[in-house]
Design a protein around this ligand. Structure first.
Ligand SMILES: [Zn+2]
Length: 78
């Protein structure tokens, strides 16, 4: 079962859960404050910060990862 990372916007804690693929995008309960935490996809999503601090997709970046567009991906191990 894959591990997914979640982040709580209320207490800023991050945690990982083993979930089936079908449950990956479902909300998770924060272990700290039990509020709703959202899945973090930044590890594998090839985003970068632009000048104004927004996250923007990296277009045309060299990709060596088979299952996502990141050049280095801890999720996929490439
Ligand atoms: Zn929390």
């Amino acid at each position: 079962m894959p591990i997914y990372e979640y982040a709580c916007s209320d207490c800023n804690s991050k945690f990982e859960l083993l979930r089936s693929f079908g449950e990956a995008d479902k909300e998770a309960a924060c272990p700290q404050c039990h509020n709703h935490a959202e899945r973090v996809v930044s590890v594998c999503a090839s985003f970068s910060k632009n000048g104004s601090g927004e996250s923007v997709p990296v277009a045309g970046a060299g990709s060596s990862c088979g299952s996502c567009s990141a050049t280095s991906c801890s999720t996929c191990g490439l």
